[in-house]
Design a protein around this ligand. Structure first.
Ligand SMILES: Cc1cc2nc3c(=O)[nH]c(=O)nc-3n(C[C@H](O)[C@H](O)[C@H](O)COP(=O)(O)O)c2cc1C
Length: 307
């Protein structure tokens, strides 16, 4: 949960699952991590196919569980389920721009357009759980409605403990450069998010008045980045064994059949920028067998399996 000047690992759908969170913790054991966003409907319906909605967060420690939805009652019920699962705090998604979430369900970024409903949802969740509740949002719906400051006040008035601010609008999606407005006179701490990659970036946010920083895409293929920013870990020279460890965690969690295709995207991130990586990606994208995938990893990074 939040303490001053912390660095968070961002919630990322399809990425920040338990194996990825474990990789982050290999290099920075105390970094607070957030789950992928979880639909309040799938949680309350206890959809068993959403295996990762039912992780035991207590054993991991300091995991924020992120929920999305538009119904205050279901959001409260979902939050309670996550408390029982050991979440350290609940994060409410008020920034997801994906049409399925924001326009068709009236959740995620849509709540930047309906602060009244946003307030009701936050109040319902903060009233239902004893652990802290945070909100993750953006600058506004589009360039003409950058009213994030109003939403921060709504969040504070309804009991939220802090807000993470992604420095883009819903309309911008993930494109363009993130803008981080100076933080002045906000009632609760604001965590900066968007394009942050280095210690210098994080220090810059501090100067702007932010109480912490959240790293998203810069952690893809670089789960050690938190250790690097915190100054405890050097960028590893050969990452082959790190990649194998991640694959092994994925296999243990999802089973080999599901893990192998899921791991291809991680291999693309791990190998980005390395000579011959385009060929490597073509090869691994055609592989469905776990031993073949491991062999390709061993060959590409020239490492010896030690897992
Ligand atoms: C593939 C992908 C999945 C994401 N999933 C989520 C999510 O589940 N919940 C959320 O609040 N934000 C999600 N985000 C947004 C990130 O948490 C973060 O706010 C955004 O990427 C900006 O930070 P960055 O520039 O450091 O990546 C996602 C972003 C990407 C690219």
């Amino acid at each position: 949960m939040y303490t001053d000047n912390q660095i968070f690992a961002a919630p990322m759908a399809g990425i920040s699952d338990k194996p990825f969170r474990q990789m982050v913790r290999e290099f920075a054991p105390n970094v607070p991590v957030v789950t992928e966003m979880i639909s309040c409907h799938s949680l309350v319906g206890r959809h068993k196919n959403c295996l990762r909605n039912f992780d035991d967060y207590a054993t991991e420690g300091n995991v924020g569980a992120q929920i999305f939805g538009a119904r205050p009652d279901l959001m409260a019920d979902a939050a309670q389920i996550l408390v029982d699962a050991g979440a350290a705090w609940i994060d409410i998604n008020m920034g997801c721009p994906v049409p399925k979430v924001a326009t068709r369900s009236g959740a995620g970024a849509f709540l930047m357009r309906d602060h009244k409903l946003a307030g009701k949802i936050i109040k319902s969740v903060t009233g239902a759980v004893k652990i802290p509740v945070s909100v993750k949002t953006r600058l506004g719906w589009d360039a003409d409605s950058m009213d994030w400051g109003d939403l921060v006040n709504v969040a504070a008035d309804n009991g939220a403990a802090w807000v993470t601010l992604h420095g883009r609008t819903r309309a911008a999606g993930y494109a363009g450069v993130a803008v981080h407005p100076e933080i002045k006179d906000m009632p609760i701490p604001i965590i900066a998010n968007g394009d942050l990659k280095t210690r210098t970036d994080v220090d810059e946010m501090r100067k702007l008045g932010y109480s912490g920083a959240m790293i998203g895409r810069a952690m893809l293929g670089r789960p050690w980045i938190f250790g690097e920013i915190l100054g405890n870990v050097k960028s590893p020279e050969n990452i082959g064994n790190i990649v194998l460890k991640h694959l092994d965690l994925m296999v243990k969690y999802y089973g080999a059949h599901a893990a192998v295709p899921m791991f291809r995207k991680h291999l693309a991130w791990y190998s980005a920028g390395i000579p011959n990586s385009a060929n490597f990606r073509i090869k691994v994208n055609a592989i469905n067998d776990i031993s073949e995938m491991k062999d390709e990893i061993l060959q590409f990074w020239g490492c010896v399996a030690n897992i």
